[in-house]
Structure formats: structure tokens, C-alpha cells
Write a protein that binds this ligand. Structure first.
Ligand SMILES: [Ca+2]
Length: 211
């Protein structure tokens, strides 16, 4: 009974500074001519059947969304005021399904945080896939924080991808590791950002409203 209410979203865009304090615009970096930055909130992807194992038990489906969407939450740097609490299970997967109006090169930025102290995600413990092909993302180093004071870091993947005209899927997948006191720990996920000359759209699922 939860969430099959799918909102046809226009675009979540953050071209230049729309979000202001929301934290989705990371810096004053100037984008190349014609390039826009599109923000895709982790709280709006399909969470059906997903579960993260935390120290106090399993959290599942829409309950994976943390935050209240308030201005205070946005002021904490949580884009849109919500984030995915944790992605702690082997093969836990978030799929961002995006439609592009044209084939184009794109840069992907991940906005992630850690509940497990300082951690480094790399190909041995984490996977980023673009249209099911592994992306060589390097090493994502994150400082630790707590859920109430979660600090996110923008990590720009150093290689670009080639968007197809039509549907594209960017997947974030936790692999087996020992970050959570010897058990698998996946990052907290705020949003991803895609910079490209194409126009991007997606259909969001309003998970926060179904908690
Ligand atoms: Ca968010």
C-alpha cells in the first residue's frame, strides 16, 4: 500500500543555484558552455524490497529515507532535505533510471556519507555501474559522521560516460566489506549529479511521503 504512486517528475534540476542552501550545488565551479548539472535525489529511486542492515536492526523500503525535508535538514547540507540512511548489505543496489534527450558525454558526481568512521570505497568493496557496465570510479574517501549530523561529500568520478538517447541507468552497489564493525557497510546516499549538454528527466517515486 505504500508507494506505487509514481510521480511523473519534470526534472529535478539544479542548473545554477536553484537549490541555494539545499546543498545540491557543491561549489561555485563554472560549468563549460552548454553543460548543465542535473540532480537526482536518492530518496526518489525505487526502494521496493531493499534492506540495509544497521547496528540496531534492518531498515527497509521507504524507511530507508532519513530526514524530514525541512529547511533545517536542507541547511545541514542534505540535498532536498532527505537522504538514504545506509546501503549496508552485500549487493544492496540503488538504480537511478534517467532519460536523456540525446546521446552525450556526461560526468557523474556522487554525494555520499559514512556512518562508519573514515572509509574508502573502491572497486573491491563498492561498484558503480552505468548501463550495467562497471565504471572505473577510483577511490571515494569519506569522513565519518552520525545520522543526525550526516556530512556529505561530493565525489566526481574521474572518467566520463556516454549517455544514450533514451533510458540510462546509473547503479550504486555495495559489495562485501567489513566497514560496519566487521560487517558490510554501505554509504549513506544523498543524491547523484550528472553534468551534460543533454536534457535529463526521470520519474520519481515519492518515498518520503509514504513513510
Ligand atoms: Ca537527498
Amino acid at each position: 500500500m505504500k508507494k506505487m504512486f509514481v510521480l511523473i517528475a519534470a526534472v529535478i534540476l539544479c542548473a545554477v543555484g536553484l537549490f541555494g542552501l539545499a546543498g545540491c550545488k557543491d561549489d561555485e565551479e563554472e560549468l563549460p558552455p552548454g553543460v548543465k548539472e542535473f540532480v537526482f535525489e536518492a530518496e526518489y529511486v525505487d526502494l521496493d524490497g531493499k534492506a540495509s542492515i544497521t547496528a540496531s536492526g534492518s531498515i527497509q523500503d521507504v524507511m530507508l529515507v532519513f530526514g524530514d525535508g525541512t529547511q533545517a535538514d536542507k541547511n545541514r547540507g542534505w540535498s532536498n532535505g532527505y537522504y538514504i540512511h545506509s546501503t549496508s548489505a552485500n549487493n544492496f543496489r540503488l538504480d537511478f533510471v534517467i532519460t536523456s534527450d540525446a546521446a552525450a558525454e556526461a560526468t557523474i558526481i556522487l554525494r555520499l556519507g559514512s556512518l562508519f568512521g573514515t572509509v574508502a570505497f573502491n572497486a573491491s568493496n563498492y561498484s558503480v555501474r552505468f548501463n550495467e557496465t562497471a565504471v572505473n570510479f577510483g577511490t571515494i574517501s569519506l569522513a565519518g559522521s552520525t545520522e543526525e549530523a550526516m556530512q556529505f561529500t561530493d565525489y566526481r568520478i574521474p572518467v566520463t560516460v556516454q549517455l544514450l538517447e533514451g533510458e540510462n541507468t546509473i547503479s550504486l552497489i555495495t559489495l562485501n566489506n567489513t566497514f560496519q564493525a566487521g560487517n558490510v557497510g554501505g554509504p549513506s546516499v544523498d543524491c547523484i549529479k550528472v553534468r551534460t549538454t543533454a536534457a535529463l528527466t526521470w520519474d520519481i517515486i515519492d518515498n518520503p511521503s509514504f513513510r
